[in-house]
Design a protein around this ligand. Structure first.
Ligand SMILES: [Zn+2]
Length: 131
């Protein structure tokens, strides 16, 4: 909050509302359980350690898609309110630290900051990812 200008906080709140509206925490639990069951059926008696790896990777993928959904909701909400999403993009860049790439991005629960900033700043990217 100390880093954010007030206009960026509106974007953060809109993003979080997107998670609530999409029921992402409930969906994560259900999707994780379904994936775990599916992997257990497919793999038979493989150890739970081995079985958990694809579940973890898929869960992280779900998490990244939920973040994109929440960003899309924030973009649409801010636009409807006549507010710019640019302060949110600047805040993301401010707090990003090291950008993830390559193998690290596979293990990330969030899309990369450059991808999120592009979604916010590029209407064509938003149209592609938010429809
Ligand atoms: Zn989020």
């Amino acid at each position: 909050m100390a880093l954010a200008e007030p206009a960026a906080l509106m974007g953060v709140l809109a993003h979080e509302l997107g998670h609530a509206r999409g029921r992402h925490s409930t969906r994560m639990a259900v999707e994780g359980a379904l994936l775990g069951a599916t992997v257990a059926v497919i793999t038979g008696d493989i150890t739970s350690v081995l079985a958990s790896a694809p579940v973890l990777l898929a869960t992280l993928s779900f998490s990244r898609s939920h973040e994109t959904e929440a960003d899309c909701f924030a973009l649409q909400t801010l636009a409807r309110a006549g507010q710019s999403a640019e302060p949110l993009a600047r805040l993301l860049q401010t707090i990003a630290g090291d950008a993830t790439s390559g193998a690290a991005s596979v293990l990330s629960s969030h899309p990369s900051t450059p991808a999120r900033v592009q979604l916010i700043r590029d209407p064509a990217a938003a149209k592609r990812q938010c429809s």
